[in-house]
Design a protein around this ligand. Sequence first.
Ligand code: BTN
Length: 246
Amino acid sequence: MVQNGKSRFFFIFFEKYVIVFCMKWKTVTLNETDSTNLQALSMPIGTVVRADVQTHGKGRFGNKWISPAGNLYMSVVLKTYAEKTPLISFVVALSVAEVLHSKGLDISLKWPNDILLDRAKVGGILLEQHDEKLIVGIGINIVSHPVLDIPYPVTHLGIDISPTVLMDEILTTLNYFLDRFEKQGFLPIYTLYKQYLMGLGCHVRVRLPNQTLEGTFKDFSETGALLLELPNKTIQHVTAGVVFFE
Ligand code: BTN
């Protein structure tokens, strides 16, 4: 009996330890690096890498992420979630949206995980899976944005907040939504994410790796797919791509 009692106590203690561990991130801060996503690769799960400047910041689909001082560049090392891993993209996008929305900003999300301020891109998220690790890179333009020849508007927050403070707020919110995702599944995240989602019902072009589709953005499915109604009225489930509005 005493033995059982002891081991139970130990187990509870161990559970608490795990909870405490899960609630805290180990932060690594760098003045300048190639890419926080690259640096995060060699770090253990639970680490967050933030850099003041990136020399080779990476965007989605092999794009560059121009990364001068003053903006937020951070990468979080998470565990993977088997077949549900791609849904983390929406958990992260929602977390960032909630933090920025709480500052009175007009925030929306462009499927799957572009962060928009006043309908212009203010931040992006890059998920990279390596074996058992999921590297979640988050870039937010705080004080500046690049002037690029791209077919959508880009902007910066223009509010008085440091990259470190913004990162801490995002991490706290991400903790909360990851916890909900683990305990309650995707549905609560899906419902909240959808409230920020831009373009439902609109005519869109969706650039896929080897073709571009046009149609109506009919819905966002509970599996995270964009449901595109093609001109022939069939519904295409898109799981990765870049959306452009007309
Ligand atoms: C996108 O193309 O929208 C995603 C951009 C992700 C940029 C961030 S900045 C921090 C992290 N490190 C990188 O090299 N990329 C991501």
